[in-house]
Write a protein that binds this ligand. Structure first.
Ligand SMILES: NC(=O)c1ccc[n+]([C@@H]2O[C@H](COP(=O)([O-])OP(=O)(O)OC[C@H]3O[C@@H](n4cnc5c(N)ncnc54)[C@H](OP(=O)(O)O)[C@@H]3O)[C@@H](O)[C@H]2O)c1
Length: 339
């Protein structure tokens, strides 16, 4: 079936645009099954949702170094020549660049690989997009801020405090400074991928519960904005088909602490027998030694100002994520009971 997404031209204020590009020259993309989309890092948490949402409306080529999913073919973004070869061969209309090392601890220890993967590969892909005169989507992170403020809009100046944050910010800056046809979406605490792919906080909590813990120790001094992969992938598509090129914060509605997320998980599961203890980051300083901002709360100002914000509240998304992608796994994986 050929799905045609209708599109509107949204005039963003000039300050959102790259130099030399007038508002009325920015026309949203029309996405049909004929639109060819090349995706890097599509085997990860966000990739699972991006594949599901985008393959329904466009022709996608999904690559990653992790080829466990049947829709993935091998592609290492650190191999610049091979990326160029694969992209030339596929002849895409759009590149979606998701690949990254996302473990903050790995990036602190393996600094060279972090910059090679997160920064240098982004520069290569941006150069390829520019040469082919096609748009590129880059996923940035709330982790580029130092956390000294509580809330951040797109107008706040980043100041990364970790290798991961710096490597992602360097990639973002290259895209902003060298491309005209770009979408940079800054995400928050990613929720998605289920037991097979989720490497982040929800998985860490769920795995402890599945193993039978009756007590969770969770930090309440780290604040942020959860970001559900399916809403994110849909909002990406919505901006590409209805909005303008630019930089956008894209996170679920609302904000919270890690402790609030853990409490909500226990509530969704109906597990009043599980106690959630508040601890400070000091408690986990050995395991999570990479510096993390005290607050990574993003405000999706540009999406909201331009009628482009379609993400739902984080609690609604967390509920859907757990119901759809964790419950059946949890019920077959050990001592878990769902009240
Ligand atoms: N996770 C978050 O909380 C978060 C927050 C903000 C922004 N982001 C950004 O969102 C994007 C998607 O991340 P995600 O949340 O889906 O994390 P993810 O699950 O770690 O996905 C990233 C994928 O990239 C792959 N990858 C690593 N090195 C690669 C290479 N050299 N070539 C090709 N693929 C490679 C990873 O494979 P391996 O698993 O084998 O390493 C993984 O499958 C990233 O750009 C990330 O920086 C993530």
């Amino acid at each position: 079936m050929c799905v045609i997404i209708t599109y509107n031209i949204i005039d963003l204020p000039c300050s959102y645009n790259k130099k030399g590009m007038k508002d009325n020259e920015q026309i949203s993309m029309k996405i049909t099954k004929k639109t060819r989309v090349f995706i890097t890092g599509c085997g990860g948490m966000l990739g699972e949702a991006v594949h599901a949402v985008w393959s329904a409306v466009a022709t996608v080529k999904c690559t990653d170094i992790d080829t466990r999913s049947p829709f993935i073919s091998y592609g290492d973004v650190r191999d610049h020549a091979d990326m160029k070869r694969q992209i030339d061969e596929f002849n895409p209309d759009l590149i979606i660049h998701l690949a990254a090392h996302t473990s903050l601890e790995y990036c602190e220890v393996q600094k060279d690989d972090a910059f090679k993967t997160n920064t240098e590969s982004t520069k290569n892909l941006a150069d390829i997009a520019k040469e082919r005169d096609i748009p590129m989507i880059y996923i940035s992170t709330a982790g580029i801020y130092d956390g000294k403020k509580e809330f951040y809009t797109e107008d706040d100046k980043p100041n990364p405090i970790s290798v991961y944050g710096q490597s992602k910010y360097d990639g973002e800056l290259y895209v902003l400074e060298n491309l005209q046809k770009y979408y940079v979406f800054r995400a928050g605490w990613m929720m998605g991928g289920g037991a097979a792919k989720d490497k982040k906080f929800v998985a860490k909590v769920m795995k402890q519960i599945i193993e039978g813990t009756k007590e969770l120790n969770v930090v309440d001094d780290k604040l942020g904005t959860p970001t559900y992969t399916y809403d994110f992938a849909k909002n990406m598509l919505f901006v590409v088909t209805n909005g303008s090129y630019g930089l956008y914060n894209m996170i679920c509605d609302g904000s919270c602490s890690r402790y609030d997320v853990a409490r909500e998980i226990v509530k969704i599961l109906g597990r009043t027998d599980i106690k959630v203890n508040k601890v400070t980051s000091e408690y986990f300083k050995e395991e999570y030694f990479a510096p993390r901002p005290a607050s990574e709360k993003l405000i999706p100002k540009r999406l909201k100002d331009n009628g482009l914000y379609i993400m739902r509240p984080w609690k609604e998304c967390l509920n859907e994520y757990i119901q759809k992608q964790w419950l059946s796994y949890a019920e077959t994986a050990g001592s878990f009971s769902f009240a």
